[in-house]
Design a protein. Sequence first.
Length: 738
Amino acid sequence: MKKLMFFAYAGAIALLGAGLSSCSSSDDAVEPNPNFNAETNEVYAQFVFNVSTGNTPNMRMTSAATQATNTESFRGIDNAVLLSAKQTTDGKHIPVSAVMDKRYDLSRVLTANAINKEKTTRVIETSLPINTNTLLFYGRAIQGTLSSSEEAQGLTAYDQFGHLETYSVAGGDEGLSLANTTFELSSRINGNVDQFKQIENLLAGLLTVIMNSNLAGSNHVALSASKYTFDVTTDEYPELTWADYVREDGMSPVETSHVIWALEKKLADAYREMTTIKQSEGELRAGYGEAILNTIQDLWSVVNEVRCATPFSKGEAVAKYFAERIHERIKQYFNGTVPNDGKSVTDVDFESLSNVITHFAADTAWPTTADTRPTDFSLISDDIDLADFPQKLYHVTAGSAHYQFDTTKHQFVYVQDYNTSAVGGGGGFTIESYYYPAELLYFGNSPIRVSNNANKTDNYPQTVANWQKDSEWTSDWVKSSHVTSSTQSVAMQNDINYGTSLLKTTISYGATTLKDNNHAIQVDIDPDLGDNDEPDQSITVDGSTFQLKGVIIGGQWKKVGWDYLPQTTGNKQGYVFDCAITDAAAAIPATGSSQPNYTLLFDNYNAATPDKQDKVYVALELMNNSGKDFFGEHNVIRKGAIFYLIGELDITGKAAPTWPVSHPLPPYNTDGTSIETPRVFMQDYMTSANFVIGEHSLKHALLTVPDLRYSALTLGMTVNIEWSTGIDFGNVILGGEE
C-alpha cells in the first residue's frame, strides 16, 4: 500500500464526567454527581480521546494509508464504537467473547488533521452506567483520497487504503454480544465472478480453436504446383490436425516413411510447446491478456515463418499450406503486423470484442473431443479490452489467471480451483480468494482510572508516553477502579492500539550477477546435453533490472472477531494482494535495499496449534525490465513480462518479540493477561521483511501465482524478517540458494 505514516500507538481515550452515579459500596457514599440519572443508573459524561502521534522509542511504525511517518497527516477515526462492561473484579481486561452492557456509536470522533503531536484530545459527551470498570473501543481510519497521478495508474481508494466487506461491532439479534463482532476482508472480484469466468472461457476457447486448426472437410484441398512447387493431391496426405505433426516416431505425418521435414518440425515444436504444461510438476501457464498476446505473437511468428518459406518436399508443401490456414484463423481474433517475408510478427493486439465473439461462434475448429463450446458472453461489453484482463479490469494480480491443457479433450481450460494446479492439497481457492488489504483499524481493551474531581481536558496527560506514567496523574486518580456515584472523571487506563498488523516489504539483490534456469530447461528438452552445454544465462543487475509490481501475502483469514484474531467457524483463507506500489518502492537498487512498501493485514494467530504457529508465504510480483528473456522454473520469462518469486516467513527458532508492557495483546488468558504467542503477523506490530533476490533465485521464477499455502513450495527468495519490537529472521532469499 502506498501512503504510509508513523503513528505510534493511537493513544489513550479518557472519559471525563461532569458527575457519575454511585456504586453500592459504602466507601463510595459521597455526594452524588448532579448529572446522575437514578432511573437509568447512568451519568451524563464527557469522553476525552487522547491519540498520540509521538514517535517514542517503544512505538511501532504504520503508514499514511497505514500512518507511517511523522510528517504525514493524521487520517482521523470514523465509525467509532465504545462498549462498557461491569466485570466482577476491577482492573481486568475483557478476556473472552462476552456480552457487554452498553454500546456507544460515536461515529467520526476525529477528523483528518484534527490532532497533532502536542495536542491530542477530543471531547465527546455521552452517558456511562455506574459500576462500569472495563471499556472496549473500536474505530477505523477515514478513507483517504487519491492523487491525480495515482488515479492515472488505475488505482482505486480500496487499493490504496484497504477495504473491508464487513465492519460490524456487537450487533445482531443477540444484544451486545462480542460474538457478533466481525471484521471481514473484501474479495477483489466481488460481484464480477461470472464476467471474469466468461472472459476466461473466451480466451481458452480462442486458444483451443487455433491449436485445433486442421485440413479436414473444406480445408482438405489439392495443392497447386504453381504456388507450392510440389503438386500434391488430397490422396497423398490425410485430413491433418495440428496435433498430427507431433509423432513419437519422429516421422513426417504426410510422407510417413520419411523423417519429419524442417517446416513440419517447426509446426510440431510449436504445438508441443503450446500444449505441454507439466501440471504434475507444478507448472502454471500465464493466462492474463498481455501474456496471451505475447504467446500469440511468438506462435504467429513461427507460423508466419513456415507460411512464407519455400518448401523442399511434398510434406513441406502441405506444412506451408497448413500454416496459411492457421494464419487465417489467428487473423480472425488478433491484429498484427505480419511481414510477407517470414520475419517475426509484431504489434499483436486483440480484434474488437464483438468480432472475436462472432468469429468464435462460427469457428469450425472446435474439437469433437472437447466440452460443449461456451456460448454465453453476455456479461462482456464491447468496451472491454481483453488485454486489460484481469489486472486493470478487476485489480487482481496478473498471475491469478492461468490455464492448463486437457490432453484428452484437446482443449485449454482456465484453472478455477487453484489447488487443481498440482501445487497444493485440498480445495476452495478461487479468484474470489484474492482480497484487498485490511483497513487501518483501532482497538482498545482497558480497565479504567476514576476520580471524584471534575478534571479539565488540559489536565489530562498528553502523548502516549505520559499517559502510561502513573506519576503524570494527580493523586485524586484511582487506578484499576470502577464508576461510582461520586465519580466525576473516567479515563481508559491503557492505550488504544491498532487492531491491524503491518508488513513492511523491502527488496535487495544478493549478487551483482544472477543466473537463470536455462541449462536445466534445455537438458529437460534434450537429456543428451552435457554438463557444459547450454549454460545458464547471466543477468547483471542495475537499478532498473526488475521492478516490484505487487505483493501477495498468503494465509490471510477473511474474518477476524472481537479481538481481531481469526474466527474459528465460517471462515476461509485467501491472499491479500497489494498493488499500490510507489515508484520509490517499485525500484530495486543495484546495491542496498529498496524503499519500503507497507501492507495492512490481519493477525494470523492459529488457535488450533498455539504452540506451532503457521508459516506465511509471500509472492513478489515483478516485471522483467532486464532487456532479455530468461528461463524460470518451468517457462521462459519474456522481457517486459510479469513473473513471481516466493519467500517464506517462518518464526520457528526465532527470538520472541518485545511484548507491550502497557496493555495485554490478544489472545488472552482467562484472567485477561496476554498469552504472548509469537506469530508472523501480530496486531499493532509491524513485521519487516527484506526479500533478497539471490544469485540463483531466477531459477525458481514463476509465470503465475502458486497456492501460497503449500509447505513444499520452491522458494525464490531469502527473507530478513523482524517485528518492530525486535524479532530478527535473517535474510529471505527468493527461491533458495541454488
